[in-house]
Design a protein around this ligand. Structure first.
Ligand code: CUA
Length: 295
């Protein structure tokens, strides 16, 4: 918590250190007065009958009120500063379940669990929900705790200032496996985050490609074991993604070359028996994603 990696945690850690210093000073002062009192008794000095009302007023009322007043002011102003984060254009829905975390990215349509990816140096708005009971979302190095309440949405704006992987946990007792309700927040550079989004979208693209492969003419000539495709005219493509070349060492196996090959194999290898494809680009790309995923 004190090794902050985000704007919110930095504010909280600053307040923590101030409170720590004040608490140590009060402790040292009170302990010193106790010791002095004990030593004076030991010295067996005759009882002074002096008036101690002033000491009680200053030490017992004025000082505590001033100290607690300063701490209260700083606590409120820190809380206000946390709420003053710039508006965010990246929203992420996080839902607490017994006992795991659902993570949805409305912007890109991604869904994941127990792992939140965010870009560094960008304000992110987390919308916190609960599917069942009270949970509390806490990533100590990034921000303070915010409760997740059923049928309610609690916003938490965070801004990570360092890349890395930060541990998070549920901070509200929620049942038997409360202690095993943990997650990580992966803070990435803008480029890495964009790549993660693209990679996350790939499986659905590949699934679309798989359906196309079986529906289109591909399956009449090629086999991919475990699927309906069982043609034997052309090469078996079961582990195509792990091969180094396309077309019997015609061109290296890259997604760009594969796209060219499927669109018009004759442009790479004139006279080849595989016919050109009439599919639109989006479907060609889905086929490429699928074939390159075969290992
Ligand atoms: Cu969820 Cu504790």
């Amino acid at each position: 918590m004190l090794d902050s990696a985000g704007r919110e945690a930095r504010h909280v850690a600053g307040l923590w250190w101030f409170m720590f210093v004040v608490a140590v000073a009060v402790y040292v002062l009170v302990a010193a007065m106790v010791v002095i009192g004990v030593l004076r008794r030991r010295a067996a000095e005759p009882e002074e009958g002096g008036d101690r009302t002033g000491f009680v007023w200053w030490g017992g009322i004025v000082m505590p009120v001033v100290i607690l007043g300063v701490l209260a002011y700083l606590t409120v102003s820190t809380t206000t500063a946390l709420g003053r984060n710039a508006p965010s254009n990246l929203e992420i829905d996080v839902t607490g379940h017994d006992w795991w975390w659902e993570v949805r990215y409305p912007e890109s349509g991604l869904r994941t669990a127990n792992e939140v990816h965010i870009p560094v140096d960008r304000t992110v708005e987390l919308r916190l929900h609960s599917a069942d009971v009270l949970h509390s979302f806490w990533v100590p190095r990034l921000a303070g705790k915010v409760d997740m309440v059923p049928e309610q949405t609690n916003p938490l704006r965070i801004r990570a200032e360092r890349t890395g992987t930060f541990l998070g946990e549920c901070a509200e007792f929620c049942g038997l496996q409360h202690a095993n309700m943990r997650f990580v927040v992966v803070v990435q550079t803008a480029e890495d985050y964009a790549q993660w989004v693209v990679a996350g979208q790939a499986p659905s693209t590949a699934a679309q490609g798989a359906a196309l492969f079986e529906r289109q003419t591909c399956a009449g000539c090629h086999t991919i074991s475990g699927t309906q495709a069982d043609g034997t005219v052309g090469p078996d493509l079961t582990d195509f993604g792990s091969r180094q070349w396309i077309g019997a060492k015609a061109v290296p196996n890259t997604p760009e070359n594969l796209l060219r090959w499927i669109r018009d194999p004759g442009s790479i290898k004139p006279g080849v028996l595989m016919p050109p494809s009439q599919l639109p680009d989006s479907e060609l790309r889905a086929l490429v994603a699928y074939l390159e995923s075969l290992r």
